[in-house]
Design a binder for this molecule. Sequence first.
Ligand code: GLV
Length: 293
Amino acid sequence: MARLEEACDVERFDGDGVISHDELVARVAGKQGLIAMVTDMVDRAVIEAGTSLKVIANAAVGYNNIDVAAARARGIVVTNTPGVLTDATADLTWALILAVTRRLGEGERWVRTREWPGWAFDQLLGMELRGKQLGIVGFGRIGRAVADRAAAFGMTVAHTSRSGDGIPMDRLLSTSDVVSLHVPLTADTRHLIDQAALARMKRTAYLVNTSRGPVVDEAALAWALKNRLIAGAGLDVYEREPIVHDELFALENVVLAPHLGSATSETRTAMADLAVRNAIAVLSGEAPITPVT
Ligand code: GLV
């Protein structure tokens, strides 16, 4: 905020939670720059109301919350925050992989009931990671960072990728013991993991999603978890955040995290810093640092 206030007049949303769409539409009028969060839907209506906008700086790497085509058509630069959140998101992915394969959520809930009877030889047995295959869907910065950490756990890695140097999706699904999603949300990736994809996975396999909720058909996932089509899932993102598919709450074999991928002090500071520098660059007539291309 201090850096922004040095460079321009700043109007900030100080309300609780997320600014309403109506208020965003009303307040974007007359502004040259907009710094947005993933929860702000910067759709055509917002962009059309922002007739003076020169830059929309998203404080996130994903930018599915922004109608980039509408912005581009009006000559508005859109920027995101790639790179600075790669490690934090990869670490959180591993936290979910470990939590779901070692039944940590289930165990924690048990201890909190004050009714855990104590250690037992065959209690809450999970799946060992060593020697298993980690399937990475989307081999960009974050997917690669997740893959880099796999050696420490003795896992082999398979991946799909847009450039076609990976293995086909069907094969990845049918051979992996953990499937982790790292694709951006686009028209092509919406419901990439649907009932058919889940049916292709091993019954002993786990699904982890730290990308975007709509990449997974949440109703199909709940069904698959309930019917033990797969062994479990670790989710950080949901189809209609903050709403979580109701059936998931009753299932022990799913770990539910509240969209924490980039939530470390270091990373959120770096994201804020990069979004601010992008906005100021464009407003000063300079090139953006990390434009969405
Ligand atoms: C967070 O979800 C991001 O895309 O940075």
